[in-house]
Design a protein around this ligand. Sequence first.
Ligand code: SAM
Length: 194
Amino acid sequence: MAGFGGIASQVYGLFTRNSRAANSVIDYAAPGPGDRVLDVGCGAGSAVAYSAQRVGAADVFAIDPSPTFVRMVRRRVPEADVRVAGAEDVPFDEGSFTLIWSIASMHHWDDRDRGLSALVRTLAPGGRLVIAERALKRPGHGITADQSEAVMASLRKIGQTGVHAVDRRAGRWHMTLIESARPLTPATGHALAL
Ligand SMILES: C[S@@+](CC[C@H](N)C(=O)[O-])C[C@H]1O[C@@H](n2cnc3c(N)ncnc32)[C@H](O)[C@@H]1O
């Protein structure tokens, strides 16, 4: 899994503990009371802490393949349920969440389409998925316009509705946010590739 090692996690965590970019994505996603949320690739936990203030920590869940990040976030928000896992093997039941986001993480995943399918499966009917990546002109640590189109095509293929992209200034970054929702009634003929 293309994750962060222990030392890389410690160093990255120092610089991103209070990420304006992550918080700006949460402002856009706007979790509120009654939501049950999942942060995929939570890193040092900026979005976990910020969203816990909005929905209550007991309704905040997070995964990251780096045990160092998971330890950090468990210390930071002890009431949140934070687990060592990747997007491709998300360890929660079908329909568990009303809102899932992933911030600056998808470009690290080993298998993007498998990750998207696994996340969509854990969305409740009507639940929203927000994938946020730094907007790039060339492939790298973020997403280009072509890659964004490919992600949106994958989401439509697995039955997501309302698939669209939004540009957003987030801290010092320009981000692309790809938003979609799980249909209220399950579509037929779309196999989730799990
Ligand atoms: C650039 S950091 C972003 C962290 C955090 N979301 C933020 O905005 O500060 C990328 C994160 O993705 C995680 N990651 C790597 N592979 C992953 C995978 N397959 N599934 C989920 N997260 C993954 C890394 O461990 C790391 O925490």
